[in-house]
Write a new protein. Structure first.
Length: 523
């Protein structure tokens, strides 16, 4: 079930809220948690009932593994074997559903191996997200960062439906403690009002902005995937428009997830924080899909970086040589893993590789600048408008280039796009037909592009608008990052409530035009 659907908005959400807040007032320590588990099971079952057995198997494996790990932690025994078995079982389940069909197809079609049929394996809804979340949980239990609780707590942690489908990837310690205890009646109206505004902004981003941009990008992406060749201007236009589309699509989803969770009295971690305002490529990935970036940093980059740094130290390496082992190689490896997490195609591997290389270039430049300041005796280079504009411009350009493989349906389509962006092709007839059908033509696309990027760089994001109401976990820290040129805050007053209703109504009305799946639902 989609957040941007009439069934969710008009039926499921109101009924779920009434049921939950009635239970929340009961003097039961476990009542709210049980209500959330039940609501989440209904939500998942209505959208993907055929995959409930896979979800149940994953939960049972990880719950059992967490108990074994906790048992060993309590007795100060090694946990490496138990964690390894749990992680391997998770990865095997993920590999089968996400990569087995592509692997067998490669063996059968590309290598010519016979004697077996290539099965059609459907991807269970949200398997990537709940698998990564539970892998992190097992590691955290082994590191004494959290404790394995009861089955109901584990179910609440994994199944909490606002964050389950496309993130944020939360930690056990972030959500489970919020699910216990009795809530007062006054808290219902307060949390629903705040959550509804956050949700309304997210729905507006998705249905009005992102889905409108898709009218320009999707036909071209599909035509290039079918073998068409875009021209130079067409390719660059679509590349910049696609980043704009996924920006508002994923930003919109993140707002909607945080908003729905807040309606149930749960505050989620921030997952998207004006990333295109970043001054460097490393920073952009701290603010784009933040929970996934945090997961990769904690459970892939750091386990690679620490032993490789030790290896470099033992060989008396320093400077760039030391950084290569401690930072650059682990960064590229982690980003390739992140790329392949999105899918088995070469285009996703290239997407991860390009992001890793751009991050490494950013780190190399920072290292060079640091050494240069040290030689010149300069503590800090003055920040000027031209420096900021250049840094952000290059960052956005690199990000757009890195998303060409991400948007492409195949690796061949990626090559077609890059060739066109380099000026090596002219617009083919099938692409010409698509461009002719664009709403308001090329001028409409250009206006959409201009307005979209102006909104990104000038307007406050959703959390900044809702800043006085603690919109996400650790907001005190993130409120100091990515200030907007224009400042506006929502208040708990009647005119602002009317504005919330208006924004919600416009976003709701645009669903009638035909709203698309969120891009990250495919992963």
């Amino acid at each position: 079930m989609l957040f941007n659907s009439y069934n969710f908005l008009a039926l499921f959400l109101p009924l779920a809220l009434v049921f939950y807040w009635l239970v929340a007032r009961l003097p039961l320590e476990w009542g709210r948690k049980a209500a959330l588990v039940l609501i989440s099971l209904v939500f998942y079952g209505l959208g993907a009932s055929r995959f409930l057995p896979v979800l149940g198997l994953s939960i049972l494996i990880n719950f059992a593994a967490s108990k074994v790990i906790q048992h060993r932690v309590d007795r100060d025994r090694p946990t490496m074997l138990a964690v390894s078995v749990g992680v391997v079982l998770n990865l095997l389940l993920l590999f089968y559903y996400k990569y087995a069909e592509a692997t067998l197809s490669f063996l059968h079609v590309d290598l010519g191996l016979t004697g077996f049929e290539v099965p059609n394996i459907l991807l269970p809804l949200a398997i990537s997200f709940y698998t990564f979340q539970q892998i992190g949980y097992l590691v955290d239990v082994s590191r004494k960062r959290t404790r394995s609780g009861g089955l109901l707590s584990h179910l609440g942690f994994v199944l909490f439906f606002p964050a389950m489908i496309s993130g944020p990837i939360v930690k056990h310690s972030e959500t489970v403690p919020q699910m216990s205890g009795r809530l007062l009646r006054i808290e219902a109206g307060y949390n629903i009002a705040i959550g509804l505004m956050i949700f309304a902004i997210g729905m507006f981003k998705k249905t009005v902005i992102a889905d409108s941009i898709s009218l320009y990008t999707s036909p071209v992406v599909e035509a290039v995937g079918a073998g068409g060749h875009p021209g130079f201007v067409d390719a660059w236009m679509v590349a910049f428009l696609y980043v704009l589309q996924i920006y508002f699509d994923f930003s919109g989803y993140s707002d909607m997830a945080i908003g729905v969770a807040r309606m149930f009295g749960i505050i989620l971690p921030l997952n998207f924080h004006s990333p295109l305002k970043s001054d460097g490529f490393v920073e952009i990935w701290r603010r784009w899909h933040m929970s996934l970036g945090r997961w990769v940093q904690t459970y892939i980059f750091q386990p690679l970086s620490v032993p490789m740094a030790r290896f470099a130290m033992n060989r008396d390496l320093d400077g760039v040589a030391f950084n290569t082992f401690s930072t650059y190689l682990p960064t590229i490896t982690a980003m390739v893993v992140l790329g392949v997490w999105h899918g088995p195609g070469l285009n996703y591997a290239l997407f991860g590789l390009m992001n890793g290389v751009f991050m490494t270039v950013n780190e190399l430049w920072a290292h060079y600048q640091k050494q240069r300041r040290k030689r010149l005796g300069i503590k800090k280079v003055p920040t000027t408008l031209s420096r900021i504009a250049l840094a952000r411009g290059l960052t956005v350009l690199a990000f757009v280039l890195s998303h060409v493989p991400f948007q492409s349906l195949t690796f061949e389509a990626t090559l077609h796009m890059f060739g066109a962006m380099a000026g090596f092709s002219v617009t083919s007839p099938e692409i010409e037909a698509v461009l002719t059908a664009w709403p308001f033509g090329l001028a409409g696309a250009a206006i959409m592009l201009l307005l979209g990027y102006l909104a990104i760089f000038l307007l406050p994001n959703t959390q900044q608008i809702m800043g006085r109401f603690n919109p996400c976990l650790e907001w005190d820290k993130w409120s100091k990052v990515g200030h907007a040129k224009l400042h506006w805050e929502w208040k708990m007053r009647l005119p602002y409530a009317v504005l919330t209703g208006l924004i919600f109504f416009v976003g709701f009305a645009f669903i009638a035009r035909g709203s698309l799946n969120f891009i990250y639902f495919g992963f």
